[in-house]
Ligand binder design. Structure first.
Ligand code: UD1
Length: 427
Protein backbone atom coordinates (compact mmCIF):
# COMPACT_ATOMS: atom_id res chain seq x y z
CA UNK A 1 0.00 0.00 0.00
CA UNK A 2 1.12 3.57 -0.68
CA UNK A 3 2.60 5.77 1.98
CA UNK A 4 3.63 9.39 2.14
CA UNK A 5 7.14 10.48 2.96
CA UNK A 6 7.53 13.98 4.34
CA UNK A 7 10.86 15.67 4.79
CA UNK A 8 10.06 18.37 7.30
CA UNK A 9 11.40 21.85 7.73
CA UNK A 10 10.30 23.67 4.58
CA UNK A 11 8.48 26.95 5.13
CA UNK A 12 5.32 26.77 3.01
CA UNK A 13 4.67 29.64 0.64
CA UNK A 14 2.67 30.22 -2.50
CA UNK A 15 -0.89 29.54 -3.58
CA UNK A 16 -2.87 26.35 -3.18
CA UNK A 17 -6.27 25.85 -4.86
CA UNK A 18 -9.11 24.74 -2.60
CA UNK A 19 -11.15 21.83 -3.99
CA UNK A 20 -14.88 21.28 -3.92
CA UNK A 21 -16.09 20.18 -0.50
CA UNK A 22 -16.16 16.42 0.03
CA UNK A 23 -18.93 16.54 2.61
CA UNK A 24 -21.05 18.80 0.43
CA UNK A 25 -20.48 16.59 -2.61
CA UNK A 26 -21.56 13.51 -0.66
CA UNK A 27 -24.97 15.02 0.01
CA UNK A 28 -25.37 16.69 -3.40
CA UNK A 29 -24.75 13.45 -5.32
CA UNK A 30 -27.77 11.56 -3.88
CA UNK A 31 -30.04 14.46 -4.92
CA UNK A 32 -29.79 13.00 -8.43
CA UNK A 33 -32.09 10.22 -7.16
CA UNK A 34 -34.87 12.77 -6.70
CA UNK A 35 -35.54 13.49 -10.38
CA UNK A 36 -35.60 11.71 -13.70
CA UNK A 37 -33.86 14.74 -15.26
CA UNK A 38 -30.08 15.22 -15.37
CA UNK A 39 -28.28 16.84 -12.45
CA UNK A 40 -24.86 18.26 -13.25
CA UNK A 41 -22.40 18.92 -10.45
CA UNK A 42 -19.38 21.12 -11.13
CA UNK A 43 -16.25 21.36 -9.00
CA UNK A 44 -16.63 17.80 -7.69
CA UNK A 45 -13.39 16.80 -5.99
CA UNK A 46 -11.49 13.78 -7.30
CA UNK A 47 -11.63 11.57 -4.24
CA UNK A 48 -12.05 7.90 -3.44
CA UNK A 49 -15.26 8.68 -1.53
CA UNK A 50 -16.79 10.40 -4.55
CA UNK A 51 -15.90 7.44 -6.79
CA UNK A 52 -17.45 5.15 -4.20
CA UNK A 53 -20.66 7.16 -4.09
CA UNK A 54 -20.84 7.24 -7.89
CA UNK A 55 -20.55 3.45 -7.88
CA UNK A 56 -23.33 3.19 -5.29
CA UNK A 57 -25.65 5.39 -7.35
CA UNK A 58 -24.89 3.30 -10.46
CA UNK A 59 -26.29 0.30 -8.52
CA UNK A 60 -29.68 2.02 -8.41
CA UNK A 61 -29.67 2.57 -12.18
CA UNK A 62 -28.35 6.14 -12.08
CA UNK A 63 -26.23 6.87 -15.15
CA UNK A 64 -23.16 8.98 -14.52
CA UNK A 65 -20.81 10.67 -16.94
CA UNK A 66 -17.78 12.84 -16.38
CA UNK A 67 -17.12 15.63 -18.84
CA UNK A 68 -14.22 17.77 -19.77
CA UNK A 69 -11.78 16.53 -17.16
CA UNK A 70 -8.12 16.66 -18.08
CA UNK A 71 -5.80 14.73 -15.79
CA UNK A 72 -4.07 17.93 -14.69
CA UNK A 73 -7.32 19.64 -13.65
CA UNK A 74 -8.50 19.79 -10.09
CA UNK A 75 -12.17 18.97 -9.80
CA UNK A 76 -14.56 17.38 -12.28
CA UNK A 77 -17.97 17.89 -13.79
CA UNK A 78 -20.33 14.97 -13.36
CA UNK A 79 -23.78 14.57 -14.87
CA UNK A 80 -26.06 12.12 -13.14
CA UNK A 81 -29.40 10.93 -14.43
CA UNK A 82 -31.86 8.68 -12.63
CA UNK A 83 -34.36 8.23 -15.47
CA UNK A 84 -35.67 5.06 -13.86
CA UNK A 85 -34.52 3.46 -10.63
CA UNK A 86 -33.67 -0.21 -11.14
CA UNK A 87 -32.96 -0.96 -7.47
CA UNK A 88 -33.59 0.61 -4.09
CA UNK A 89 -31.16 -1.58 -2.15
CA UNK A 90 -27.82 -0.28 -0.84
CA UNK A 91 -25.84 -3.44 -0.05
CA UNK A 92 -23.57 -3.98 2.95
CA UNK A 93 -20.42 -4.21 0.89
CA UNK A 94 -20.75 -0.65 -0.40
CA UNK A 95 -22.20 0.97 2.73
CA UNK A 96 -19.52 -0.58 4.97
CA UNK A 97 -16.78 1.15 2.98
CA UNK A 98 -18.41 4.55 3.09
CA UNK A 99 -20.60 5.67 5.94
CA UNK A 100 -22.07 8.54 3.90
CA UNK A 101 -23.93 5.89 1.85
CA UNK A 102 -26.71 6.22 4.43
CA UNK A 103 -27.55 9.50 2.65
CA UNK A 104 -29.35 7.56 -0.09
CA UNK A 105 -32.05 6.51 2.38
CA UNK A 106 -34.02 9.78 2.34
CA UNK A 107 -33.96 10.41 -1.42
CA UNK A 108 -34.69 6.77 -2.37
CA UNK A 109 -37.65 6.71 -0.01
CA UNK A 110 -38.88 10.02 -1.33
CA UNK A 111 -38.61 9.10 -5.00
CA UNK A 112 -39.43 5.38 -4.98
CA UNK A 113 -41.53 5.07 -1.83
CA UNK A 114 -39.14 2.48 -0.40
CA UNK A 115 -35.49 1.95 0.40
CA UNK A 116 -33.39 -0.81 1.91
CA UNK A 117 -30.01 0.30 3.17
CA UNK A 118 -27.42 -1.67 5.08
CA UNK A 119 -26.66 -0.32 8.55
CA UNK A 120 -23.26 1.37 8.40
CA UNK A 121 -21.85 -0.45 11.42
CA UNK A 122 -19.05 0.76 13.68
CA UNK A 123 -16.68 3.52 12.82
CA UNK A 124 -13.21 4.48 13.95
CA UNK A 125 -14.35 7.77 15.50
CA UNK A 126 -17.10 6.49 17.74
CA UNK A 127 -20.31 4.53 17.48
CA UNK A 128 -22.00 6.90 15.06
CA UNK A 129 -25.57 5.58 15.24
CA UNK A 130 -28.25 6.48 12.69
CA UNK A 131 -31.20 6.57 15.08
CA UNK A 132 -31.89 10.25 14.38
CA UNK A 133 -32.03 9.68 10.62
CA UNK A 134 -34.69 7.01 11.20
CA UNK A 135 -36.68 9.03 13.76
CA UNK A 136 -36.88 12.01 11.42
CA UNK A 137 -38.11 9.81 8.56
CA UNK A 138 -40.65 8.17 10.88
CA UNK A 139 -41.88 11.60 11.91
CA UNK A 140 -42.49 12.30 8.21
CA UNK A 141 -44.65 9.15 8.00
CA UNK A 142 -42.17 6.44 6.98
CA UNK A 143 -42.49 2.91 8.31
CA UNK A 144 -39.10 1.65 9.42
CA UNK A 145 -38.05 -1.95 9.98
CA UNK A 146 -34.65 -3.22 11.04
CA UNK A 147 -33.74 -6.75 10.05
CA UNK A 148 -30.57 -8.70 9.29
CA UNK A 149 -28.36 -5.62 9.45
CA UNK A 150 -30.52 -3.64 7.06
CA UNK A 151 -32.95 -0.80 7.52
CA UNK A 152 -36.01 -0.91 5.35
CA UNK A 153 -38.05 2.26 5.01
CA UNK A 154 -41.43 2.38 3.31
CA UNK A 155 -43.65 5.30 2.47
CA UNK A 156 -47.21 4.00 2.91
CA UNK A 157 -49.41 4.59 -0.17
CA UNK A 158 -46.31 5.42 -2.18
CA UNK A 159 -45.55 8.84 -0.72
CA UNK A 160 -44.61 10.42 2.60
CA UNK A 161 -47.25 12.64 4.20
CA UNK A 162 -44.59 14.88 5.84
CA UNK A 163 -44.45 15.90 9.51
CA UNK A 164 -42.51 17.67 12.24
CA UNK A 165 -39.28 16.58 13.87
CA UNK A 166 -37.17 18.16 16.56
CA UNK A 167 -33.60 16.81 16.77
CA UNK A 168 -32.49 16.08 20.35
CA UNK A 169 -28.89 16.69 19.24
CA UNK A 170 -27.62 18.36 16.09
CA UNK A 171 -26.82 15.88 13.33
CA UNK A 172 -25.50 16.87 9.93
CA UNK A 173 -26.31 13.59 8.18
CA UNK A 174 -29.75 13.19 9.73
CA UNK A 175 -30.68 16.76 8.73
CA UNK A 176 -29.55 16.00 5.17
CA UNK A 177 -31.50 12.74 4.96
CA UNK A 178 -34.60 14.40 6.38
CA UNK A 179 -34.38 17.29 3.90
CA UNK A 180 -34.02 14.96 0.92
CA UNK A 181 -36.97 12.87 2.15
CA UNK A 182 -39.24 15.86 2.72
CA UNK A 183 -38.84 17.67 -0.60
CA UNK A 184 -41.16 15.26 -2.44
CA UNK A 185 -43.55 14.65 0.48
CA UNK A 186 -47.26 15.27 -0.03
CA UNK A 187 -47.41 17.87 2.74
CA UNK A 188 -45.28 20.29 4.68
CA UNK A 189 -42.50 19.18 7.04
CA UNK A 190 -40.58 21.06 9.68
CA UNK A 191 -37.22 20.39 11.26
CA UNK A 192 -36.18 21.94 14.57
CA UNK A 193 -32.65 22.03 15.96
CA UNK A 194 -31.48 21.18 12.43
CA UNK A 195 -27.79 21.34 11.55
CA UNK A 196 -26.70 24.68 10.04
CA UNK A 197 -23.40 23.62 8.49
CA UNK A 198 -22.52 25.35 5.20
CA UNK A 199 -22.82 21.93 3.53
CA UNK A 200 -26.50 21.85 4.57
CA UNK A 201 -26.97 25.25 2.94
CA UNK A 202 -25.29 23.89 -0.19
CA UNK A 203 -27.73 20.97 -0.19
CA UNK A 204 -30.72 23.28 0.25
CA UNK A 205 -29.48 25.52 -2.56
CA UNK A 206 -29.28 22.58 -4.97
CA UNK A 207 -32.71 21.32 -3.91
CA UNK A 208 -34.18 24.79 -4.48
CA UNK A 209 -32.47 24.91 -7.90
CA UNK A 210 -34.27 21.62 -8.61
CA UNK A 211 -37.63 23.15 -7.69
CA UNK A 212 -37.89 22.38 -3.97
CA UNK A 213 -39.64 24.78 -1.60
CA UNK A 214 -37.59 25.31 1.54
CA UNK A 215 -37.79 28.07 4.13
CA UNK A 216 -35.28 28.83 6.88
CA UNK A 217 -32.20 27.78 4.92
CA UNK A 218 -29.10 28.20 7.11
CA UNK A 219 -31.13 28.32 10.32
CA UNK A 220 -31.97 25.57 12.79
CA UNK A 221 -35.69 25.72 11.95
CA UNK A 222 -36.35 24.54 8.42
CA UNK A 223 -39.75 24.21 6.72
CA UNK A 224 -40.08 22.12 3.58
CA UNK A 225 -43.23 22.31 1.46
CA UNK A 226 -43.35 19.07 -0.52
CA UNK A 227 -43.69 19.37 -4.31
CA UNK A 228 -44.93 16.80 -6.84
CA UNK A 229 -41.74 16.60 -8.80
CA UNK A 230 -38.26 18.04 -9.00
CA UNK A 231 -36.38 18.88 -12.18
CA UNK A 232 -32.72 18.77 -13.19
CA UNK A 233 -30.18 21.47 -12.37
CA UNK A 234 -26.53 22.42 -12.77
CA UNK A 235 -24.79 23.24 -9.54
CA UNK A 236 -21.30 24.18 -8.35
CA UNK A 237 -20.08 22.37 -5.22
CA UNK A 238 -18.96 24.79 -2.47
CA UNK A 239 -15.26 25.07 -1.58
CA UNK A 240 -13.98 22.67 1.05
CA UNK A 241 -13.67 24.60 4.31
CA UNK A 242 -11.98 21.68 6.07
CA UNK A 243 -9.38 21.20 3.35
CA UNK A 244 -8.70 24.94 3.41
CA UNK A 245 -8.38 24.89 7.20
CA UNK A 246 -6.01 21.93 7.01
CA UNK A 247 -3.63 23.75 4.65
CA UNK A 248 -3.90 26.81 6.90
CA UNK A 249 -2.63 24.75 9.86
CA UNK A 250 0.18 23.40 7.67
CA UNK A 251 1.23 26.92 6.72
CA UNK A 252 1.07 28.11 10.32
CA UNK A 253 3.12 25.28 11.80
CA UNK A 254 5.91 25.81 9.24
CA UNK A 255 6.06 29.58 9.76
CA UNK A 256 4.74 29.93 6.23
CA UNK A 257 2.71 32.37 4.18
CA UNK A 258 0.18 30.88 1.75
CA UNK A 259 -2.93 31.86 -0.15
CA UNK A 260 -5.89 29.50 -0.20
CA UNK A 261 -7.39 30.19 -3.60
CA UNK A 262 -11.16 29.88 -3.60
CA UNK A 263 -11.54 29.55 0.19
CA UNK A 264 -14.69 31.17 1.56
CA UNK A 265 -13.97 33.02 4.81
CA UNK A 266 -17.64 33.22 5.78
CA UNK A 267 -17.85 29.42 6.12
CA UNK A 268 -14.71 29.25 8.27
CA UNK A 269 -15.19 31.86 10.98
CA UNK A 270 -14.45 29.55 13.93
CA UNK A 271 -11.34 28.09 12.33
CA UNK A 272 -10.11 31.56 11.39
CA UNK A 273 -10.72 32.71 14.97
CA UNK A 274 -8.76 29.74 16.34
CA UNK A 275 -5.85 30.52 14.01
CA UNK A 276 -5.88 34.21 14.94
CA UNK A 277 -6.01 33.37 18.65
CA UNK A 278 -2.92 31.23 18.05
CA UNK A 279 -1.17 34.29 16.61
CA UNK A 280 -1.58 33.48 12.92
CA UNK A 281 -2.44 36.21 10.44
CA UNK A 282 -5.54 35.36 8.40
CA UNK A 283 -6.83 37.92 5.94
CA UNK A 284 -9.21 37.94 3.03
CA UNK A 285 -7.49 38.60 -0.25
CA UNK A 286 -8.86 38.68 -3.76
CA UNK A 287 -10.11 35.20 -4.61
CA UNK A 288 -9.34 33.62 -1.27
CA UNK A 289 -7.62 33.77 2.08
CA UNK A 290 -4.04 34.52 3.06
CA UNK A 291 -2.65 32.65 6.04
CA UNK A 292 0.72 33.80 7.33
CA UNK A 293 2.84 33.18 10.36
CA UNK A 294 3.50 36.19 12.58
CA UNK A 295 6.01 34.79 15.02
CA UNK A 296 5.71 31.96 17.54
CA UNK A 297 2.39 30.13 17.89
CA UNK A 298 0.41 30.94 21.02
CA UNK A 299 -1.54 28.32 23.03
CA UNK A 300 -5.33 28.42 22.81
CA UNK A 301 -8.37 26.86 24.43
CA UNK A 302 -10.75 25.31 21.91
CA UNK A 303 -13.92 23.27 21.99
CA UNK A 304 -15.60 21.64 19.00
CA UNK A 305 -19.30 22.30 18.50
CA UNK A 306 -21.94 22.13 15.78
CA UNK A 307 -21.72 24.97 13.23
CA UNK A 308 -21.17 27.88 13.68
CA UNK A 309 -18.90 26.41 16.39
CA UNK A 310 -15.49 24.93 15.67
CA UNK A 311 -15.77 21.92 13.34
CA UNK A 312 -14.81 18.58 14.87
CA UNK A 313 -13.22 17.88 11.48
CA UNK A 314 -10.62 20.59 12.28
CA UNK A 315 -9.71 19.32 15.76
CA UNK A 316 -6.85 17.00 14.80
CA UNK A 317 -5.17 19.48 12.43
CA UNK A 318 -5.35 22.34 14.93
CA UNK A 319 -3.98 20.02 17.61
CA UNK A 320 -1.00 19.16 15.41
CA UNK A 321 -0.33 22.85 14.87
CA UNK A 322 -0.57 23.60 18.60
CA UNK A 323 2.09 20.97 19.39
CA UNK A 324 4.65 23.70 18.64
CA UNK A 325 2.86 26.53 20.47
CA UNK A 326 4.55 28.51 23.20
CA UNK A 327 2.58 27.00 26.13
CA UNK A 328 -0.26 24.57 26.86
CA UNK A 329 -3.46 24.48 24.83
CA UNK A 330 -6.69 22.81 25.93
CA UNK A 331 -8.89 21.12 23.34
CA UNK A 332 -12.30 19.61 24.07
CA UNK A 333 -14.04 17.31 21.61
CA UNK A 334 -17.79 17.51 22.16
CA UNK A 335 -19.11 15.85 18.97
CA UNK A 336 -17.52 12.41 18.82
CA UNK A 337 -16.18 10.21 21.58
CA UNK A 338 -12.90 8.51 20.76
CA UNK A 339 -11.64 11.11 18.31
CA UNK A 340 -8.12 11.36 19.72
CA UNK A 341 -6.46 8.43 17.95
CA UNK A 342 -3.88 10.79 16.50
CA UNK A 343 -2.62 11.70 19.98
CA UNK A 344 -0.33 8.70 20.56
CA UNK A 345 1.04 9.08 17.04
CA UNK A 346 1.73 12.80 17.52
CA UNK A 347 3.42 11.94 20.81
CA UNK A 348 5.65 9.48 18.94
CA UNK A 349 6.80 12.48 16.92
CA UNK A 350 7.86 14.28 20.09
CA UNK A 351 4.61 16.04 20.97
CA UNK A 352 3.49 16.22 24.59
CA UNK A 353 -0.26 15.68 24.67
CA UNK A 354 -2.30 14.28 27.55
CA UNK A 355 -5.92 13.25 27.20
CA UNK A 356 -8.57 12.82 29.81
CA UNK A 357 -11.97 11.83 28.48
CA UNK A 358 -13.00 14.40 25.93
CA UNK A 359 -10.25 16.88 26.80
CA UNK A 360 -6.71 17.00 25.49
CA UNK A 361 -3.96 19.16 26.92
CA UNK A 362 -1.34 19.98 24.34
CA UNK A 363 1.86 21.09 26.06
CA UNK A 364 3.83 22.97 23.43
CA UNK A 365 7.29 21.57 22.67
CA UNK A 366 10.16 23.32 20.94
CA UNK A 367 10.47 20.77 18.15
CA UNK A 368 8.97 17.62 16.66
CA UNK A 369 10.96 14.82 15.07
CA UNK A 370 10.12 12.62 12.11
CA UNK A 371 8.70 9.14 12.70
CA UNK A 372 6.75 6.37 10.99
CA UNK A 373 3.12 6.91 11.89
CA UNK A 374 -0.36 5.88 10.85
CA UNK A 375 -3.86 7.01 11.64
CA UNK A 376 -7.26 5.44 11.64
CA UNK A 377 -9.25 8.23 10.06
CA UNK A 378 -9.03 10.98 7.51
CA UNK A 379 -8.49 14.11 9.61
CA UNK A 380 -6.18 12.28 12.02
CA UNK A 381 -4.03 11.30 9.03
CA UNK A 382 -3.86 14.94 7.95
CA UNK A 383 -2.76 15.96 11.45
CA UNK A 384 0.22 13.62 11.12
CA UNK A 385 1.14 15.13 7.75
CA UNK A 386 0.96 18.62 9.30
CA UNK A 387 3.21 17.56 12.18
CA UNK A 388 5.59 15.91 9.71
CA UNK A 389 5.94 19.15 7.73
CA UNK A 390 7.37 20.89 10.80
CA UNK A 391 9.31 17.93 12.19
CA UNK A 392 13.05 17.51 11.97
CA UNK A 393 13.96 14.73 9.57
CA UNK A 394 11.73 12.33 7.68
CA UNK A 395 8.24 11.14 8.54
CA UNK A 396 6.32 8.35 6.88
CA UNK A 397 2.53 8.37 7.06
CA UNK A 398 1.01 4.96 6.35
CA UNK A 399 -2.57 3.99 5.47
CA UNK A 400 -2.74 6.58 2.76
CA UNK A 401 -6.20 5.47 1.72
CA UNK A 402 -7.64 7.62 4.50
CA UNK A 403 -6.09 10.75 2.98
CA UNK A 404 -7.21 9.72 -0.52
CA UNK A 405 -10.78 9.63 0.75
CA UNK A 406 -10.76 13.32 1.53
CA UNK A 407 -7.81 15.31 0.19
CA UNK A 408 -7.66 15.83 -3.55
CA UNK A 409 -4.13 15.31 -4.88
CA UNK A 410 -2.51 16.08 -1.60
CA UNK A 411 1.12 15.69 -2.58
CA UNK A 412 0.66 17.83 -5.71
CA UNK A 413 -0.98 20.59 -3.70
CA UNK A 414 1.77 20.49 -1.09
CA UNK A 415 4.38 20.63 -3.86
CA UNK A 416 2.75 23.85 -5.11
CA UNK A 417 3.54 25.51 -1.77
CA UNK A 418 7.03 24.16 -1.39
CA UNK A 419 6.58 21.13 0.88
CA UNK A 420 8.71 18.03 0.40
CA UNK A 421 5.96 15.41 0.31
CA UNK A 422 6.29 12.26 -1.76
CA UNK A 423 3.96 9.32 -2.35
CA UNK A 424 5.68 5.98 -2.64
CA UNK A 425 4.37 2.44 -3.08
CA UNK A 426 4.69 -0.29 -0.48
CA UNK A 427 3.65 -0.33 3.16
C1 UD1 B 1 -20.83 14.67 9.25
C2 UD1 B 1 -19.56 14.76 8.44
C3 UD1 B 1 -18.35 14.52 9.33
C4 UD1 B 1 -18.37 15.47 10.52
C5 UD1 B 1 -19.70 15.41 11.25
C6 UD1 B 1 -19.85 16.44 12.35
C7 UD1 B 1 -20.21 14.02 6.22
C8 UD1 B 1 -20.13 12.97 5.19
N1 UD1 B 1 -19.62 13.76 7.39
O1 UD1 B 1 -20.91 13.35 9.77
O2 UD1 B 1 -17.17 14.72 8.54
O3 UD1 B 1 -17.34 15.11 11.40
O4 UD1 B 1 -20.78 15.62 10.31
O5 UD1 B 1 -19.67 17.71 11.83
O6 UD1 B 1 -20.77 15.07 6.01
N2 UD1 B 1 -25.60 11.00 16.05
C9 UD1 B 1 -26.49 10.19 16.72
N3 UD1 B 1 -27.51 9.62 15.99
C10 UD1 B 1 -27.64 9.82 14.64
C11 UD1 B 1 -26.73 10.64 13.99
C12 UD1 B 1 -25.71 11.22 14.73
O7 UD1 B 1 -26.41 10.00 17.93
O8 UD1 B 1 -28.60 9.26 14.06
C13 UD1 B 1 -24.51 11.64 16.82
C14 UD1 B 1 -23.13 11.20 16.35
O9 UD1 B 1 -22.73 10.00 16.97
C15 UD1 B 1 -22.28 12.38 16.77
C16 UD1 B 1 -23.23 13.56 16.55
O10 UD1 B 1 -24.54 13.02 16.52
O11 UD1 B 1 -21.95 12.28 18.12
C17 UD1 B 1 -23.00 14.35 15.29
O12 UD1 B 1 -22.94 13.46 14.19
P1 UD1 B 1 -23.42 13.91 12.72
O13 UD1 B 1 -23.54 15.38 12.67
O14 UD1 B 1 -24.62 13.09 12.37
O15 UD1 B 1 -22.20 13.43 11.84
P2 UD1 B 1 -22.26 12.82 10.38
O16 UD1 B 1 -23.40 13.38 9.62
O17 UD1 B 1 -22.13 11.33 10.47
Amino acid sequence: MDKIIIRGGNRLSGTVPVSGAKNAALTLLPCALLTEEPVTLRNLPRLADIDGFQHLLNQFGVSTSIAGARPEDFGRVMTLQATRLTSTVAPYDLVRKMRASILVLGPLLSRAGEATVSLPGGCAIGNRPIDLHLKALEAFGAQIELAAGYVRAIAPDGGLPGGDYSFPIVSVGATENALMAAVLARGTSTLHNAAREPEIVDLCNLLVAMGAQIEGIGTSDITIHGVNRLHGATYMVMPDRIEAGSYACAAAITGGDITLAGARAEDMASTIQALRDAGVLVEQVRGGLRVASEGPLRPVTLSTAPYPGLATDMQAQLMAMLCLANGSSVLTETIFENRYMHVPELNRMGAHIETKGRTAIVHGVSKLHGAEVMATDLRASMSLVIAGLAAEGESQVHRLYHLDRGYERLEEKFALIGADVERVGGD
